[in-house]
Ligand binder design. Structure first.
Ligand code: PEP
Ligand code: MN
Length: 264
């Protein structure tokens, strides 16, 4: 990853505002749910709709996503609202299906970034794509593992790359679900200043009440974007119910956050 200058340009190419705001439910649940959330987000700062359809859960027995069916719902949401779409891919079959359905942004989740063979398989399936690919940090605080995943994708000639900081697991209980360990994304930012860096406050927090502070810290640290889990009925979400916020809370949060101007 010698010359990474081109990496940041996709943010501008897409006419995406600073900061880039990606919002939407942890999981796509029903077609109605996806469309309702997309319409509630339509005229907000969120330009990208996220929804997980393949959900790699830590323990079996939890909702593991609606699967490929959800791709059609995302397509419909894009058609109706004009928002870009984003979903998680965890193997090469997911990549193939997401590309076939013209999903705009594919992200690699924290439980996948830890696995070099799977990341390589995903990179091979994406070879040369002009889609945006975002790499979440691995679950554990291991910068080389995160870098390795980024390098595998970069080597597969994927130029619209970015990274998502979602915090790191610890055995001890802290106020966070996943400890932010801000020094790790900062080191990544220092090494690759042209790699767009997005903060996922939802998975760092694991709870609604500290989302704002995490977003403000990320913006103060010059992050390029935020990915915030958003649901019209967070308490009854099928996954990550405690950390999702409503679209109207997101709107208020974006008003209250202090965003650094490029000239600051
Ligand atoms: C998610 O974005 O819903 C998700 C599963 O995140 P992570 O891979 O960060 O745990
Ligand atoms: Mn989630």
């Amino acid at each position: 990853m010698e010359n990474t200058k081109e990496l940041k340009t996709w943010l501008n190419d897409f006419g995406l505002n600073h900061p880039l705001v990606i919002a939407g439910p942890c999981s796509a649940e029903t077609e109605e749910q996806v469309l309702k959330i997309a319409h509630e987000l339509k005229d907000t700062d969120a330009t990208v709709l996220r929804a997980g359809i393949w959900k790699p859960r830590t323990r079996p027995g939890n909702f593991e996503g609606v699967g490929a069916l959800g791709l059609k719902w995302l397509q419909k949401a894009k058609k109706e609202t004009g928002m870009l779409t984003a979903t998680e891919v965890a193997n090469k079959d997911h990549v193939k299906l997401a590309l076939e359905h013209d999903i705009d942004i594919l992200w690699i989740g924290a439980r996948t970034t830890v696995s070099p063979f799977i990341v390589q398989e995903i990179a091979d399936a994406l070879e040369g794509t002009d889609k945006i690919v975002l790499v979440k940090n691995p679950v554990n605080p291991d910068l080389p593992l995160w870098l390795g995943a980024i390098e595998r994708l970069y080597t597969a000639n994927i130029k619209k790359l970015g990274v998502i900081h979602r915090g790191f697991s610890t055995y001890e209980k802290t106020r966070y679900r996943n400890n932010p360990e801000w020094q790790i994304p900062i080191e990544l930012q220092n090494r690759f200043p042209d790699l767009p860096l997005i903060c996922d406050p939802s998975h760092i927090a694991g709870r609604r009440d500290i989302i704002f502070d995490i977003c403000q810290t990320a913006l103060d640290l010059n992050f390029d974007g935020l990915m915030v889990e958003t649901h019209y009925d967070p308490d009854n979400a099928w996954s990550d119910a405690k950390q999702q916020i409503t679209p109207s809370s997101l709107v208020q949060m974006m008003v209250d956050l202090k965003v650094r101007k490029a000239t600051d």
